[in-house]
Design a protein around this ligand. Structure first.
Ligand SMILES: Cc1ncc(COP(=O)(O)O)c(C=O)c1O
Length: 389
């Protein structure tokens, strides 16, 4: 987008940022109206009542003022108690910083690490917002493409390591991955932590979908592998596990040495996540296991419905995702996924995200969020099939 000439300078890095291709299609669809939206990554179930009730109680109890920039102490402790059994080792509350969303956690981390002349190595395709936070800071994004094979999406770890150089500040790993559903195996995590220690660079692990997995209770986490002082920052969120996308709450688990930096960045960005929401977060992590199990069962059903129908189509190539709640499928002959997604919206009123929005390796694909009721998914699949013929 060109710089608006009538205005004083806006940072060129920011003017150059591309508009999100997902938003472009969604905006087009919202103007038309009547579109079933499977383009965003959002659970279709509302936040469970017991969490909303805790927020009501917190408001009534007067938790409406500024709070500690690290987060409400009881929430940090509740998160430590939640993470300790999941990781099979103690995670202390003083390693946790509560943030105003997972996205805000990524911003704070990038603000703390990325500078002009530095780069961040990452896998691709990837949810675009993660890469843009690097560019906003003036850094370079170095994408290494995942490949889709019979065993699902795979990462060639050597290629990732080869992409790092003396200016690499961090390796960003989003697993379970948006959009592919790829889950990084523990063995690769182990090798990556050893590499980061040796080379003196950070691992930023975006684990916001850690509980959205179709085998086991949780995806392998860098927290299970990294020692307390290893250069590993693990980002998580309340959005996906507890259906709280609109609450804007997340957290970072970090080595003690960087906590003062993260607290400064919290202070200078948002001061903290909303205080009453943090009080509700306490009951989410303490009492949310049944809800998570129900949600995952529902997503599994959606995942299988979409796979059973679309994988039969001769133009579609796809694998079952191991985590998150997206199918990211290749459509043979499609060279412009934004144009195709707009056509699907205009002619069939179904909203999918265009693969091109997810960076290198994304074009030629479409992303469908299957966190919806079976009847809704069947209806959308009917309409997609009509367009595909
Ligand atoms: C990979 C990934 N990371 C981070 C986030 C941020 O989640 P939130 O800002 O809602 O906590 C999302 C949301 O879609 C995501 O897909």
């Amino acid at each position: 987008m060109p710089h608006p000439e009538s205005l004083p300078v806006i940072r060129p890095d920011i003017v150059r940022l591309a508009d999100s291709g997902i938003r472009e299609v969604a905006h087009f669809g919202m103007q038309l109206g009547g579109v079933t939206p499977l383009w965003f990554g959002e659970p279709d179930l509302p936040t469970p009542d017991f969490i909303c009730e805790a927020a009501n109680q917190a408001l009534k109890a007067g938790h409406v003022f500024y709070t500690e920039s690290a987060g409400v102490p009881a929430l940090r402790q509740a998160l430590a108690d939640y993470l300790t059994p999941l990781n099979g080792k103690p995670i202390r509350a003083d390693r946790i910083v509560v943030t105003a969303s997972g996205m805000n956690a990524i911003q704070i981390v990038m603000q703390s690490l990325v500078d002009y002349g530095t780069n961040v190595v990452t896998t691709s395709p990837l949810w675009p917002n993660c890469a843009e936070t690097v560019r906003i800071m003036g850094g370079e994004v170095r994408p290494v493409e995942l490949t889709m094979g019979n065993e699902g999406w795979q990462l060639d770890l050597d290629r990732l390591l080869e992409a790092c150089d003396g200016n690499t500040r961090a390796i960003f790993i989003n697993s379970p991955n948006n959009p592919t559903g790829w889950v990084m195996p523990s063995e690769q995590q182990r090798q990556l932590v050893a590499f980061a220690r040796e080379k003196g660079l950070w691992i930023i692990a975006d684990e916001v979908y850690d509980r959205m997995v179709y085998e086991g209770r949780r995806a392998p986490s860098f927290l299970e592998i990294a020692g307390e002082d290893d250069p590993v920052l693990v980002i998580n969120s309340f959005s996906k596990s507890w259906s709280m996308t609109g609450w804007r709450m997340g957290w970072i688990t970090a080595p003690p040495g960087i906590i003062p930096t993260l607290l400064k960045m919290n202070e200078f960005n948002t001061a903290s996540a909303a205080t009453f929401a943090q009080h509700a977060g306490i009951v989410a992590v303490q009492q949310g296991e049944d809800f998570i199990a129900r949600s995952v069962a529902r997503y599994r059903e959606g995942r299988d419905i979409v796979y059973d129908r679309l994988s039969r189509h001769p133009r579609i190539r796809m694998v079952q995702p191991k985590g998150a709640f997206y199918h990211f499928f290749a459509l043979d002959g499609m060279t412009d996924s934004v144009a195709f997604a707009k056509r699907l919206v205009a002619e069939q009123r179904v909203g999918l995200a265009p693969g091109a929005a997810f960076g290198p390796g994304g074009e030629g694909h479409l992303r469908l969020c299957f966190a919806s009721a079976p009847a809704t998914l069947h209806d959308c699949l009917d309409r997609i099939e009509t367009l595909l013929g």
